[in-house]
Ligand binder design. Structure first.
Ligand code: UT7
Length: 335
């Protein structure tokens, strides 16, 4: 079945513009071979990553968030004055206080926009979309920007080959508003299991381990991950929530035109589409070029799929993410 759902006149949260902010600096797998004990073959086969983009000196999460935001505003035909709210999903804000969203609001000059960050691991952008959706339900004329932005390279231990090969920097942004033409967000789900928090952490720099010489000497400021554990949690979580948003709307996997999973590992994506029965041609992959950009991965992939003409009006677009926390989320959109 391929339809806009039972009630086409209901107000839905519709994406009206997208944009990306990608760093210029490229770090290939071959460059990494010179830094740690790794090789292109291992990284490409185990992850699907060939290169990633990294921030240069002086660039931060908001640098890329701003680029993505300006591009999304242009695509939507809006100005910063039109924004009612800015939600930034990030795990690497420019600073603990203020939020990345407030810094972005100030840089954009979006004076009437409320602004706050969402922290939900790599699932943050999906959480942000769900929060925006809740506001659109009561304020259908709001224009809300949902950004996923990261400079994960600032939290990567470049001596730890098990993590440093995985991550990249960048940002993606979307602008949503209410629409009653049948297009928009059909269903979403988000979830968390805090008992699995230890599988992916940055324990240093918070109130439990404030930055001191000792915490820095112990390298607590860096990402620590039990990759295998995250992998095993991710695949069933992704599968289950995809089934949930599909069954909530009376759809089947074969109705999906474009699948945009969180870009963490090609083998995770393959395992998920194998379980769901979604053909590989329907999957958007940017992981090879950008690595795992955490909260930015889905909005960047969405922006590229739209700009390249891969997503057309009427398409059913499925997204799903997972991340540290442990968190997960999925969204089904009628384009
Ligand atoms: O956004 C959410 C964040 N995280 C994720 O999505 C991560 C999910 N997990 C993964 O993607 C995978 O678990 C990894 C890519 C992180 C690791 O792949 P794996 O197949 O689970 O490898 P492994 O950790 O079991 O390690 C296998 C071997 C080990 O060597 P031994 O013990 O078999 O001799 C590692 O030491 O590969 C070794 N290894 C490496 N070798 C070359 C680990 N990292 C590297 C490396 N280069 N970069």
């Amino acid at each position: 079945m391929k339809s806009a759902g039972n009630n086409t006149h209901r107000v839905r949260t519709r994406i009206i513009g997208t944009g990306s902010g990608i760093p210029d600096r490229v770090l290939t797998n071959f460059d990494l071979e010179k830094i740690v004990d790794t090789n292109d073959e291992w990284i490409a086969q185990r992850t699907g990553i060939r290169e990633r983009r990294l921030a240069s000196a002086g660039e931060s999460t908001v640098t890329f968030g701003l680029k993505a935001a300006e591009s999304a505003l242009e695509a939507a035909g809006l100005t910063p004055d039109d924004l009612d709210m800015i939600i930034v999903a990030t795990q690497t804000p420019d600073m603990p206080v203020p939020s990345a969203a407030c810094l972005l609001q100030g840089r954009l000059g979006a004076r009437k926009a409320r602004a706050f960050d969402v922290v939900a691991g790599c699932t943050g952008w999906v959480y942000g979309l769900v929060v925006a959706d809740a506001f659109i339900k009561t304020n259908p004329y709001f224009n809300i920007m949902v950004v996923g932005a990261e400079v994960l390279s600032s939290r990567v231990n470049w001596e730890d080959r098990s993590t440093c090969v995985l991550f990249g920097d960048g940002a993606g942004a979307v602008i949503v508003t209410g629409a009653d033409n049948g297009q928009g967000l059909l269903a979403s789900c988000i979830g968390a299991d805090g008992s699995e928090w230890e599988s992916l952490t940055i324990v240093g720099g918070g109130s439990m381990h404030p930055p001191t010489h000792e915490t820095v000497d112990k390298k607590l400021q860096f990402i620590q991950m039990e990759g295998n554990k995250v992998f095993k949690l991710a695949v069933p979580a992704m599968e289950e929530m995809c089934w949930q948003v599909l069954s909530d709307t009376g759809h089947r996997p074969e109705d999906v035109d474009v699948f945009i999973p969180h870009q963490a590992n090609l083998r995770i994506m393959e395992a998920v589409i194998d379980r769901l029965g979604i053909p590989v041609e329907k999957v958007v992959v940017t992981l090879d070029k950008y690595g795992n950009t955490s909260t930015a991965s889905i909005p960047v992939a969405l922006d590229e799929a739209l700009r390249s003409g891969r997503i057309k009006d009427g398409d059913l677009v499925l997204t799903a993410a997972f991340g540290g926390g442990f968190t997960w989320g999925a969204a089904l959109l009628q384009w």
